[in-house]
Design a protein around this ligand. Structure first.
Ligand SMILES: Nc1ncnc2c1ncn2[C@@H]1O[C@H](CO)[C@@H](NC(=O)[C@@H](N)CO)[C@H]1O
Length: 147
């Protein structure tokens, strides 16, 4: 799994078109979304993650929690983003893992939104620009590499 974490004044998105034949079913309300004072987490789920999804979810949540506590962010936006890797997991596996990350973060007490899966989306992001505002993490079953 590849994650790009951007501490932002806000992130907002608007669904534009289907990017998969069978994207995630969403409500009218989910076609637009916004969070302020947010840690935006752009996530590419990778093929290797399919070997141990539970471990990857645990490690991803631990890394996100760590960064969120450093930047003092309570709001987290999990954003499916198929552009951080050339070895992507299947859509089904990726969606399951992203939903699990979302659920675990909610269980940890964060205010979490997850952008819809399988769509082209317009988005606006306002990066805060401080030294910890732009971070990346690579997670594979068995190890976590930090930038
Ligand atoms: N392995 C994977 N990890 C994360 N997201 C994945 C994925 N496989 C499919 N997606 C989702 O389907 C859209 C088309 O690839 C993706 N859409 C996007 O990445 C948008 N930024 C538009 O390009 C994404 O929603």
């Amino acid at each position: 799994m590849r994650m790009l974490l951007i501490h932002s004044d806000y992130l907002e998105y608007e669904v534009k078109d289907k990017a998969l034949k069978k994207p995630e079913e969403i409500s009218e309300e989910q076609k637009k979304g916004r969070l302020d004072e947010v840690l935006a987490v752009f996530v590419s789920v990778e093929k290797v993650d399919e070997q141990n999804p539970e471990e990857v979810v645990e490690k991803a949540v631990a890394e996100i929690k760590d960064v969120a506590s450093q930047v003092k962010a309570q709001n987290i936006f999990v954003y499916p983003f198929a552009h951080l890797s050339s070895e992507l997991a299947s859509p089904d596996a990726a969606l399951k893992i992203l939903k699990a990350v979302e659920e675990k973060l909610k269980e940890e007490g964060f205010n979490v939104k997850r952008a819809p899966f399988g769509y082209y989306k317009a988005f606006k992001l306002s990066c805060k620009g401080h030294p910890l505002a732009e971070l990346s993490r690579t997670i594979v079953p068995g190890e976590v590499k930090k930038e």
